[in-house]
Design a protein around this ligand. Sequence first.
Ligand code: PHE
Length: 383
Amino acid sequence: MNSTKRDLLLLCVGAAAIVGLTGCKQKGGGGDAGEIVIGEVAAMTGNTATFGTSSHAGTQMAVDEVNAAGGLLGKKLRLVMEDDQSKPGEAGIVAKKLISREKVIAMLGEVASGKSLEMGPICQKAGVPMISPASTNPKVTEVGDHIFRICFIDPFQGTVMAKFAMSRGWKKVAILTDTKQDYSVGLSQFFKEYFAKNGGTITGEQSYGSGDKDFKAQLTAIKGGSPDAIFASGYYNETGLIAAQARELGINAPLLGGDGWDSPSLVQVAGKAIEGSFFSNHFSNEDTSPHIQEFVKRFKAKHGNVPDAMAALGYDSAMILADAIKRAGTTEGKALRDAIAATKDYQAITGKITLDEKRNANKSAVILTIKDGKFSYVETLAP
Ligand code: PHE
């Protein structure tokens, strides 16, 4: 310990003794001297509630494991999670609260790109590094040099699904987009770019907004174009209804989608209508790699269910932050930012993670299909 640090410590101990405090605030970090406070913003309720429920379960599990192994820099981690209720505007409000009241040293979240885009500028301005576990829209990390993600981005995901459609011989595809979600708008655009450039035909483009329940008009228009498949780039709730209504209208073409389908609710809402459709994702809990099966087992023991992609990504986001804190040797904003940026070949659950100069990760995607009500592994596509 250098003399400045020792002096500071003595000062704190002295102050605590005088006013009866239990700890002292550290520069650049919230909480008392014995803890490191990490913020998390998650949708625990509302339209994308399974995203937050899963990612938080994974994030909390990582924090608990780090603490069980002795914590970091001689301190315990404390995760403070705020529910943004899947409500527009709320992610920014709770992020501000975590920074000003809890003095979090870093922020984890959100899953949905639109939410990460709300909280990103707030973290950037405050100099608090933010790691999104799962937001795939390119704009998320363009907000600034303190904003990271540990997942692939949608130009890749859109290409993966376009290539997959072509590999199945589906040359005519209709597109259905949720225009209230940056994620869906981007994913549709990237799918279309690759598909159209490589000889595919887009038979029609339709849109809706999150929360809509009736898609019959759009689906009727889509049916007129007789597509081989329908690319439905939205989240699970609406996609479930879209699948059910498509079948009611006599459309038998498979649906294709992205990671936003990953929720147990998809099958609950769609029932049999979603069987035989396909989506891309970050992770398959059927993957037989020992580190994945070991994680699935630990997660199941703790939470009673198998982890989905967000659970694995939530876990990875917290572990990558922990690794950076360890390497930085401090929780001070700039040094911690630099350590996160230097993440290289980190063996995470969802793959090996190296953060590039744009603060994104380059990782493989898996394609899953829905079979007997379950998500079943089809193939892996490398970047
Ligand atoms: N990629 C989605 C988005 O950016 C979020 C998501 C990730 C959803 C992983 C499910 C699984 O909005």
